[in-house]
Design a protein around this ligand. Structure first.
Ligand SMILES: C[S@@+](CC[C@H](N)C(=O)[O-])C[C@H]1O[C@@H](n2cnc3c(N)ncnc32)[C@H](O)[C@@H]1O
Length: 252
């Protein structure tokens, strides 16, 4: 997009892990001043969690556009949606509007926003003047705080990894780092639990689902959790994350 062509601006804001008061003061201020906001939803027709988090900060005059980002479709279908939303954002900014786009947690970590960013800016060191990215509290820092489990200290290393990775990659992360954040657990809970057991890490691991939301649940004793063959773990929330700290044994 042309740097000088427009007075419009795109504000991409991380809205944190779930609690409405875990967004930044900057994001709250920007949200109250927007012309239009784009809110993502994972399921067609479903309410956007990100939108529910920030609803109280929005001006009643702000237009709300909800986009359905396909989660399970093939790559071509996903790319078509990213192209469409990137184009819509571009046009809004070119029309001089103050445009908001919100993502859960932080926008630069495992976020669909990054696919739009690739379409909107060429690689450069500084953000263009029509774009501002406001960081958010990631789910794993909220979980570390809620469970009083540190993430890394001094010369320790921290790996953040999606459980959609191969078993070898997951195992290497567990072997090579002091602290490991395991995101996107989905149906891979049984595999992760086996890996933790195999490497004597169960007593250093905890899992939290829906952190900072009213439905928040946390587990220290992962060995005792019931499994169902189909789902990996019965009713496990999509918003579930495991933290491992080899230097921080957890009391059971
Ligand atoms: C697409 S990623 C989004 C990550 C997000 N950008 C962040 O900064 O946390 C979705 C994954 O984030 C984690 N997650 C997001 N919100 C969470 C929450 N409230 N509690 C636990 N895990 C959460 C889960 O591992 C989930 O599978």
């Amino acid at each position: 997009m042309n740097e000088t062509a427009t007075a419009g601006k795109l504000y991409v804001m991380g809205v944190g892990p779930g609690a409405s008061d875990l967004i930044t003061v900057r994001a709250a201020r920007i949200l109250s001043e927007l012309d239009v906001i784009y809110t993502p939803t994972g399921k067609k027709g479903a309410r956007s969690l990100a939108h529910a988090i920030i609803e109280e900060y929005l001006s009643p005059n702000t237009q709300v556009c909800t986009y359905h980002f396909l989660m399970k479709a093939d790559i071509a279908a996903k790319q078509a949606v990213w192209d469409e939303v990137a184009q819509a954002l571009k046009e809004e900014v070119a029309n001089g509007r103050k445009v908001g786009f919100i993502t859960l947690g932080d926008p630069m970590l495992f976020s669909t926003w990054v696919f739009l960013l690739q379409r909107l800016v060429s690689q450069q060191m500084t953000s263009p003047s029509w774009l501002e990215i406001v960081p958010g509290i990631t789910s794993f820092s909220a979980i570390a705080a809620a469970s009083a489990m540190p993430l890394a200290m001094e010369d320790q290393t921290l790996a953040v990894i999606a459980c959609t990775a191969s078993e070898t990659v997951l195992e290497q992360a567990l072997l090579n780092h002091d602290c490991i954040v395991l995101m996107k657990i989905y149906s891979r809970f049984p595999l992760i639990r086996d890996l933790l057991q195999r490497h004597n890490l169960l007593e250093h691991a905890l899992m939290m689902a829906d952190a900072t939301l009213p439905t928040e649940q946390g587990w220290h004793n992962l060995a005792a959790l019931p499994l169902s063959e189909k789902e990996g773990m019965q009713g496990l929330s999509y918003f579930s994350t495991i933290l491992v700290n080899k230097n921080w044994p957890l009391s059971r």
